[in-house]
Design a binder for this molecule. Structure first.
Ligand SMILES: [Zn+2]
Length: 468
């Protein structure tokens, strides 16, 4: 028997060989001409699961790109053995603009601790550390099967917005049942600052249209005597926030779960470089809801954003009209425990109350929206994750971070009804979705260690313990 770190260290070359092979497959889900490559990517991963020892490995077709499912039950499972599902994705982003790549995106190159290729960090590198992690877990415990019932669901369409994921979850709900989900598609603050995502925001998106007179009117003959839809839509957009940056839609904050004091303290310890943030955003100032730090504004607070506004004459020079039509495009980022449907209703009421006489309106929503998800830092699952990360990183605290964006994770949480934790080792400078994507190899090795410890931690808590 050997310990986790020794095993991972002794088998680094296995992980590098896997990376080199898999990263050469250009599985770009968004581009139909790469369909065969995405299928090849799924096939490669399925074979990798098999040779790692997973007794059940299946490729699950969807109406789009295939997912890969793998299962390895604990051979000595009892009623209290937890079942854990790892989520990730095997597809990758397009490579455009290709001229900005310094190396071929599908010819992995290693320079010191940096491996460069499309998918190196998002998400192939992060999935591959799990294979080494599972082997390290067995080696360190002397087991021949994992200490938990281990399942993997690896999607093939995450980079295209997961259009068939909900359906996949419904179709296979019995096979996917579990006691906890480990999402491996995120990152940490820095190599020496281990952290874990504790929430992702939800999203609803709308287009609001105002229609006034049935034709553009002469502003001399009619202006000042009839309602102007462009003015009305601008007033609507302006009414979304007060001077302090609070959203004024009635009921908007009703269901928002406030940060616990402890999480607030920990978030305050997350290093935040204002100058870097401004440089990255190419904005000249910070702005937002009064009373919250930038990290809280991004992760723990909901927002209302005007994404576009228009109407009337847009060409050169002047055109003296009262326009017939105007529109505004709005999006709302949501946090736990806001529900997309309730926010949609609140926004509809808010808009209706601001439509002047003589103007008709419509609101179109982009689908049902995405729910937010959150991981309580006081939950047993987060405790297990923290201990596993601390063991891998030789650290004393795992800082919680909130993702400002939205993803398919909420669908997982809702469909499976179990706690979610995020084990991801990407770094902020990995340039995911951008040219010259890279991964830091030492982070992958630490990820493998953390995964190996995590299965032990979950087993020690047990199913009953995970329920809290
Ligand atoms: Zn990803």
């Amino acid at each position: 028997m050997t310990d986790v770190r020794t095993f991972v260290t002794d088998h680094r070359t296995d992980l590098l060989a896997d990376l080199d092979a898999w990263l050469r497959i250009p599985g770009i889900s968004a581009q139909p001409e790469h369909r065969a490559d995405v299928e090849r990517s799924a096939q490669w991963l399925a074979e990798a699961f098999q040779r790692t020892g997973f007794p059940t490995v299946e490729i699950w077709p969807t109406a789009g790109m295939p997912a890969v499912y793998a299962e390895w039950p604990a051979s000595d499972a009892s009623d209290d053995t937890p079942t854990v599902l790892v989520y990730g994705h095997h597809d990758v982003q397009p490579v455009d603009p290709i001229e900005l790549w310094r190396t071929d995106p599908f010819l992995p190159t290693i320079d010191g601790q940096v491996l460069r290729a499309r998918g190196a960090s998002d998400d192939k590198g992060q999935l591959l550390f799990h294979l080494l992690g599972a082997r390290a877990h067995l080696a360190a415990t002397g087991r021949t099967s994992p200490a938990v019932n281990l399942k993997f669901l690896i999607e093939g369409e995450e980079e295209s917005g997961s259009p068939h994921f909900q359906r996949l979850l419904e179709e296979h709900s019995a096979r996917l049942s579990c006691d906890a989900v480990v999402v491996t598609d995120t990152g940490m603050i820095a190599e020496d600052v281990p952290s874990a995502v504790t929430g992702m925001r939800g999203l609803v998106v709308a287009t609001v249209k105002f229609h006034g007179p049935d034709l553009d009117l002469h502003s001399g003959s009619f202006g000042g005597a009839v309602p102007n839809p462009a003015t009305a839509i601008a007033r609507l957009a302006g009414a979304l926030h007060d001077e302090q940056g609070h959203v004024l839609v009635p009921g908007f904050y009703d269901d928002v779960r406030a940060l616990s004091h402890e999480e607030q303290q920990l978030i305050a310890r997350v290093p935040f470089g204002e100058a870097d943030f401004l440089a990255t955003s190419q904005s000249r100032a910070l702005a937002g809801e009064a009373g919250y730090s930038t990290l809280e504004r991004l992760g723990a607070r909901p927002t209302a954003e005007v994404n576009g506004i228009g109407g009337g004459y847009q060409g050169e020079g002047g055109k003296t009209i009262v326009p017939s039509d105007a529109f505004v495009k709005l999006s709302f980022r949501l946090v736990a425990d806001q529900r997309p449907a309730a926010i949609q209703r609140a926004v509809e009421d808010f808009v209706e109350a601001r439509v002047p006489a003589g103007i008709t309106h419509s609101i179109e929503w982009e689908g049902d929206g995405v729910a937010p998800c959150v991981v309580g830092i006081d939950t047993p699952a987060f405790g297990a994750l923290s201990r596993a990360i601390l063991a891998a990183f030789d650290a004393e605290v795992v800082l919680p971070t909130r993702e400002g964006g939205s993803g398919p994770e909420a669908a997982l949480e809702q469909a499976l009804g179990v706690p979610l934790v995020f084990l991801g080792v990407g770094l902020p400078d990995d340039q995911i979705h951008a040219p010259n994507e890279k991964v830091t190899l030492s982070m992958l090795f630490k990820g493998a260690e953390a995964a190996a410890h995590l299965w032990q931690e979950f087993a020690a808590i047990g199913r009953a313990g995970l329920k809290g």
